[in-house]
Design a protein around this ligand. Structure first.
Ligand SMILES: C[S@@+](CC[C@H](N)C(=O)[O-])C[C@H]1O[C@@H](n2cnc3c(N)ncnc32)[C@H](O)[C@@H]1O
Length: 227
């Protein structure tokens, strides 16, 4: 069953003194996700933003394997921002920037995206396990921001459980969906069709769908003219 975490990053190893959180899901999914991102990023340079970074473990792992890419993690939650910063410091990597405080329900994301102190344009946006554990306006803001900030050949990679054609792809995802909706009526596993419609409004098209372990998908969106 897909993971449902109330206090994210506290179901793995104990919290470190510097605030580093550990999410059990990271250990299960990061290699499979990197196998999807790596071919797109290979041979390219530029800036990649992670939306809803959580603990910060993904961004550090990916940055270690892509020295020509500058990574910009982000989150909304203070504890998560602290953990991301602690993982960044612990890694010693120069290609991970300090985490941005981004509330994805704001389509502008954060001042740094347009005041010159953030990335000028994005080669990619990566977002894992966020839009089903948040109101739909978070998905709207994620896509609107991606539509604004992605460069012409950029991509938005969205990882998580999804319905296809209105149907769950596994019983475990249906159970997970029910548990999400019981916790918050605005949460829930999203349908690929609905996400594609949102993408269209932001000038993006679904360029690739990759089936992932544990009944998850990666949806990769490109600019309409690039798709
Ligand atoms: C289940 S966690 C996933 C974290 C990480 N992407 C991963 O896969 O390990 C969901 C994350 O979304 C973040 N989040 C929730 N609502 C958000 C919002 N409105 N803006 C930005 N991040 C948000 C949470 O703080 C949390 O870090």
């Amino acid at each position: 069953m897909a993971e449902f975490v109330v206090e994210f990053g506290k179901d793995g190893r104990p919290v470190e003194a510097d605030g580093r959180l550990d999410a059990a899901a990271f250990h299960r999914n990061h290699q499979a996700i990197w196998a999807v991102l790596q071919p797109f990023l290979a041979g390219k340079s530029g800036d990649v933003a992670e939306a809803g970074s959580g603990t910060g473990q993904h961004v550090v792992h990916f940055a270690r394997h892509s020295p020509d890419i500058v990574w910009w993690p982000s989150d909304l939650n203070e504890q998560h921002l602290r953990s991301i910063e602690a993982w960044r410091a612990h890694s010693g990597l120069s290609n991970v920037r300090a985490p941005l405080s981004i509330d994805l329900s704001d389509p502008a994301w954060c001042p740094q995206m347009h005041d010159g102190s953030g990335p000028p344009e994005l080669l990619a946006v990566f977002c894992a396990n966020v839009i089903h554990i948040a109101p739909w306006r978070v998905a709207e803001g994620l896509f609107e921001g991606a539509g604004r900030y992605l460069r012409a050949d950029g991509r938005l990679f969205l990882y998580g459980p999804f319905k296809r054609g209105g149907k769950h792809t596994a019983v475990s995802n249906a159970v997970f969906d029910t548990s999400l909706r019981e916790r918050d009526a605005e949460w829930g596993v999203r349908d690929v069709d609905a996400v594609e419609q949102l993408a269209a409004g932001a000038g993006l098209v679904l360029a690739e769908t990759v089936e992932m372990p544990a009944n998850n998908l990666v949806l990769a969106f490109a600019r309409r003219e690039q798709g």
